[in-house]
Write a protein that binds this ligand. Sequence first.
Ligand SMILES: [Zn+2]
Length: 520
Amino acid sequence: MRIAIRGGTVYDGTGAPGRICDVLTDDGRIAVVGDVDGVDAEEIDAAGLAVGPGFVDLHSHSDYTLLVDPRAVSAIHQGVTTEVVGNCGFGCFPIRDPDTARRAIYGYSEDLPLTWSSAGEYFARLDAAQPAVNVLSLVPNGQLRLATLGLADRPADAREVGEMEALLRESLDEGAWGYSTGLEYAQEQAATEDEVTALARHAPFYATHTRRRDDGAAEAVAEAIRTGDRAEVRLQVSHLVPRNGLAESRRCVELVDAARERGQDVAFDMHTRTFGLTNLYAALPPWALALGRDELAAALRDPDLRDAMRDHRSILSAGDDWSRVVLLDNDIWPEHARRDIAAIAADRGVDALDAVYDLLLGGVDELHRLMVTINAYSEEQQREAFAHPLCVPGSDATTLAPDGPLRGSFFHGAYTWAAWFWRFMVREERLLDPAEAVHRLSGAPAERIGLSDRGRLVRGARADVVVFDPHGFEERGTTFEPNLLAAGMRHVLVNGVPALRDGQLTGARAGEVLRRPTYS
Ligand SMILES: [Zn+2]
């Protein structure tokens, strides 16, 4: 299949200025960037539009949702052609006990049981699902720990570290691209710096959701930098901007800049929300999360056990300001939806933590249905982070679709991230010019993860191509109505095959599961 994209302003993904020319794709690769005359090809008129390499989402959580609905509708409508999954220590392999493993998988549902175990088996399962986007994965530390220590809330001993190293190496040999941690999450909190360093040594790339994203955030970034340095690994600090203000953001960025100046290979990314999104059950300590349904219900009813839970410092207790934590739409507590925990607590005449425990008790059968946003970031923090040359945006979300099995799910960022980035940083704030913004969405993340044949529009590269209206590309989803497709994306080619044509899905699912080339 040949496609001639004519007369658009072509940004090649390197950051070089745009120029008006044609692009010809042939059999899944870029054949010409320049003048295309006298070829027999399907035509796309790109006059007045921007043309760039397909966007690469370096920070995706679509590991599991792509199996549930491989169309990746929310992503395709933003020009995303490649997703890097396995971030934040969450992901779909290696799995020993499915019951435990589900704790570190976004969007898990009983409808699609975990029938695979290794990275290779998961990749085969993903191949069979035929995703619309290309997918590559990191090895999630959460699953390494769950497979080895289960829910034990303690450092790994030497034998367990060895076991995790073997699982990590096997996963890398089967095609994973790096290693990730989510040290703030219950299943990884007890992982020591030495334990993580021992593992990171085996990987070519290490992405970390650091141990603390509130008080102590800068020290947690310093830990990541030490780990990257000692393990001699390319380091990516995931969603670097902390939840406790601009001054701490600046400290985190300064640490990255200083490490870079010392010659360390480190960069960072950021999601595009001014709030974090998580499960309400993240307020519980690990020992409570390890309980079965009936035991947890009993514990949530028991005043003494509630007291024992109160000491837990959780991702939700950010600054102890519960007015910043907002319960999202749900069918368990509809009367409290879209309201903050402080207001809900006042209504119920209890303190904030008791309100949280009451809400969880009501939802104990389906805890994942209770999700909250934590208002945590300012636009000033976003402007500074995204203007920094080492920062790329990422969804920090799963792909979703407004119809089909995922229509009722939400994960802020899914429908909005790349479109928000373009509207906010290019059109409104004018902090990035179009060429640089396309680079941050394509060439920069592709290079970061080690993809050499994507992220650039050059002859011979794989033909992942976007054609969009630079004046109309923007998000439509909002905090309380997030599931609206982005506007302005016109055509998207994945491996040379149109997934979006004239703003409409074609139904084609031409993505590939990308295994990291290994050389023997
Ligand atoms: Zn994360």
